[in-house]
Design a protein around this ligand. Structure first.
Ligand code: ATP
Ligand code: MG
Length: 416
């Protein structure tokens, strides 16, 4: 029975305990394991070095599976592989094919591996190598032996660990997990607060027997998480989709910008952005999405008045009369961007991020976002987000992206 399987996690790394690196593996594992019906029972973080041995021995006495992260690198503080080999009585064997892969990876960058790197080509006898597509250190799976349960050794860097875990460790773990009875689903919303969401769906969902319900709010978005037997989750999913309609961004944990880029790609539409207070973050978020070159034409960060005039053709008398943070200027920025790029849509942002520069009329956090579209009146909104600068930028871009998502969503619905 999978429910009875005990999974523990050991994160290694002195930097995690210094507080210089945030331990993101634990939340990642928690989510991925849950999808197999496995839950983490306990997690511990230990510094690099010998503490790993103690942690493994301690966890071994009460668990069936231990996931260990970090310490597979080439440097002398990376000794997880050696410790595990000794503990399990599996001598380290040199694997030429691993070293060849490492050499290839170095060669791509025009480099030659040092002798230290060859440590990573040693594999404890009987271990399964988990290929690393994004770094040199392979991961390892060691089947339970002696007093030591199943061990998974995984690299520290998240960009190496995640694809490896997904492609190579999860399939092995799935064999242990067997049939699991619980399903989890996440619904992502934007432009609506968590209490408003609960108002709309809470009562109906809580009436479903056997459903575990949770909300997770972040800057400008809220996730609704439902857990339960498949039929129950299905029932919840229908209620959520019906009640939230266009407020629902995705029926999965995908980013708003991904949804927007996908939507625009499907519709063969394009977008340009004219940013002031968001300083390029809007363009950055859009271009974080693979394939965004099909839809994203241009971004201008026009921070000064001169730049707004020169680049976007904002009339200087608008700036003089209303100020840079104003609805007429937001409109003129978006329209200027549309003119210069020929995009289907152009979005602008102009606001007061603070901490200084607020007035009674326009306090810190005031922002105007405008959306211009060929052949339609420009839409503009005034919003107030009195937050620190980074949060302000994040939530303004969130709002702008959601504006675009809803506009192009209506187009789809209209054309159907
Ligand atoms: P490397 O070859 O890079 O040394 P490694 O497998 O030895 O890989 P570590 O040295 O433990 O891994 O960690 C490398 C880096 O990975 C750390 O500096 C840190 O930035 C990141 N990292 C390690 N553990 C975690 C974690 N639990 N959560 C987030 N990031 C982590
Ligand atoms: Mg290391």
């Amino acid at each position: 029975m999978s429910a009875a399987l005990r999974v523990e996690v050991i994160n290694t790394g002195t930097e995690l305990l210094f507080g210089s690196v945030l331990n993101t593996h634990i939340s990642y594992f928690g989510q991925k394991l849950f999808s197999l019906g496995l839950r983490i029972q306990r997690q511990v973080t230990v510094p690099d070095g010998d503490a790993i041995r103690e942690a493994i021995l301690e966890a071994a006495s009460r668990s069936d599976i231990i996931l260990i992260t970090g310490g597979l690198g080439p440097t002398t503080d990376d000794i997880t592989r050696e410790i595990v080999a000794a503990l399990t009585g599996r001598p380290l064997e040199y694997d030429q094919s691993i070293f060849t892969e490492i050499q290839k990876r170095f060669a791509k960058r025009g480099a030659i591996p040092t002798s230290r790197v060859s440590r990573q080509a040693y594999v404890p006898e009987g271990a399964t190598v988990l290929q690393n597509d994004f770094g040199t250190a392979p991961g390892l799976y060691l089947p339970a032996r002696n007093e030591i349960p199943h061990l998974f050794l995984l690299p520290g860097p998240p960009r190496e660990l995640r694809p490896m875990f997904e492609q190579h460790a999860l399939p092995i773990l799935a064999r242990f997990a067997g049939n699991h009875e619980l399903t989890a689903r996440v619904f992502r919303t934007a432009g609506i607060g968590e209490s408003a969401i609960e108002d709309q769906i809470g009562e109906q969902l809580l009436a479903i027997h056997g459903l575990e319900l949770g909300y997770c709010a972040r800057m400008g978005e809220v996730d609704i998480r439902v857990i339960g037997p498949a039929s129950v989750v299905e029932q919840a999913s229908e209620i959520i989709q019906k009640a939230l309609g266009p407020q629902l961004v995705a029926t999965d944990e995908i980013e708003l910008e991904q949804v927007v880029v996908q939507q625009l790609t499907d519709q063969r539409k394009t977008v340009a952005v004219a940013e002031s207070c968001t300083g390029g973050l809007l363009a950055n978020r859009i271009t974080d999405v693979p394939g965004s070159s099909k839809v994203f034409l241009e971004g201008n960060v026009t921070y000064s008045n001169e730049a707004k005039i020169r680049t976007l053709g904002v009339p200087s008398d608008l700036l003089d009369t209303y100020g840079a943070v104003s609805e007429p200027v937001a409109r003129a920025m978006a329209e200027g961007s549309l003119r210069r790029t020929g995009a289907t849509y152009a979005i602008s942002t102009t606001g007061i991020a603070g901490p200084d520069g607020g007035t009674p009329d326009k306090p810190v956090g005031t922002v105007f976002v405008a959306l211009a579209e060929k052949g339609r009146d420009t839409h503009a909104e005034k919003l107030l987000f009195p937050l620190d600068r980074l949060s302000f930028k994040q939530i303004v871009t969130q709002h702008a992206l959601d504006l675009l998502r809803r506009r192009s969503l209506h187009e789809t619905e209209g054309s159907e």
